[in-house]
Write a protein that binds this ligand. Structure first.
Ligand code: PMP
Length: 363
């Protein structure tokens, strides 16, 4: 079989090999089912068990209390950019406050503006989105309908290291760092994540929502866009993306059983990121990191080179080491190494070794 690359894609992204093997093994015949997961009714007892198990695993991993619901939706995080203000802002008195630490937060704001009053609480535009607000810099209004943050800005590579405390419901786009560390979910009103970075394949988006917020959704909303319908019907208001939910459940199982839970996952992620950032910091004249040091993402390492030639040489040389998909997002260029949960330690080590070697040859 062709050898797998070290895949640093920002998403869809690397999946754990044991999960891929399990999918392969169960592809034709899900145990006890006589068919693949893609061929059975979402209302079959086998699929209901799969979806329930996925939900239970997320509930255990994130310590989600009973006052929250976990929804499996479609439309990606982009649809959440609209669904959130449609459900939580329409009809509210206070505005939705947005914290802009990168591109995705800006996209989220653009959609919210269509639904109601918004305010920008923080905008790192002046420093080209290289940082987070400093301690005490966010003045969240208790009267806000909600405050929206992006816990990890996938393009710029800046990440909130802790859970914020907010007097208004905190809404968090956790698309690119879902399940990377333990979180205090009770600090959030709503957390959402498309699966295709840290938690599974494209096609399913997880929404963890505090149940009291469901009361805000108007019956006038189009059915699919109303969180209540999904909550009341156990994410079966329409046909859920069954294959994606199945894989999401397997990834959650891998995090829980193979890795040992989110504390262990976090330790693993910290170690991987340190390997790469240490190599970057060792050669500051070659690697120009984008994010302010204290705000660096453990998921997406972003940097540039002093010249275009060096960048090209770096990317060309990376191929020989089976290091793949390192090109930065088309909007910002440079290099982006996405080291999500499923990136093995040896992938991060191989990248770090290559970075050190490349720097010594081009210093
Ligand atoms: N938010 C963040 C932080 C993302 O990284 C992405 C995808 N790159 C999105 C939102 C959009 O997700 P989707 O493509 O699933 O709509």
């Amino acid at each position: 079989m062709e050898k797998r690359l070290y895949n640093f894609s920002a998403g869809p992204a690397v999946l754990p090999v044991p999960v891929l093997e399990r999918i392969r093994d169960e592809m034709l015949c899900l145990p006890g089912c006589g068919a693949s997961v893609m061929e059975i009714s979402h209302r079959s007892k086998q699929f209901i068990a799969i979806q329930d198990a996925a939900k239970e695993r997320l509930t255990r991993l994130l310590n989600i209390p009973a006052e929250y619901d976990v929804l499996f939706l479609q439309g990606g995080s982009r649809l959440q950019f609209s669904m959130i203000p449609m459900n939580l802002l329409r009809g509210q008195i206070g505005p939705a406050q947005y914290v802009l630490t990168g591109s995705w937060g800006k996209y989220a704001l653009a959609e919210a503006k269509k639904e109601g009053a918004t305010e920008v609480l923080y905008d790192a535009a002046a420093t080209n989105y290289d940082r987070l607000p400093n301690d005490g810099e966010l003045k969240i209004s208790p009267d806000a309908a909600y405050v929206h943050i992006t816990s990890n800005e996938t393009i710029q590579g800046v990440q909130f290291p802790n859970d914020l405390t907010s007097p208004a419901p905190l809404v968090c786009d956790s698309s690119s760092d879902f399940l990377y560390r333990p979180v205090d979910i009770q600090k959030y009103g709503l957390m959402y994540a498309c699966a295709q970075k840290n938690a599974g394949p494209a096609g399913v988006t997880v929404v963890v929502i505090r149940r009291d917020l469901l009361a805000r959704s108007s019956d006038q909303l189009p059915g699919y866009l109303n969180y209540n319908n999904h909550s009341k019907e156990g994410s079966m208001w329409n046909t859920p993306p069954t294959f994606a939910v199945y894989v999401l459940g397997l990834v959650a199982e891998w995090v829980e059983s193979t890795i040992g839970g989110l504390d262990a996952m976090y330790a693993h992620n910290q170690k991987k990121a340190k390997l790469v950032y240490d190599a970057l910091d060792a050669s500051p004249s070659i690697y120009l990191g984008h994010a302010r040091k204290e705000d660096r993402s453990l998921m997406n390492v972003t940097f540039r080179f002093p010249t275009e030639e060096l960048e090209k040489a770096f990317l060309d040389g990376a191929k020989a080491h089976r290091l793949d998909s390192l090109k930065g997002h088309r909007s910002v260029g440079g290099i982006r190494a996405s080291i999500y949960n499923a990136m093995p330690m040896e992938g991060a080590q191989t990248l770090a070794d290559y970075m050190r070697d490349f720097a010594s040859k081009h210093a």
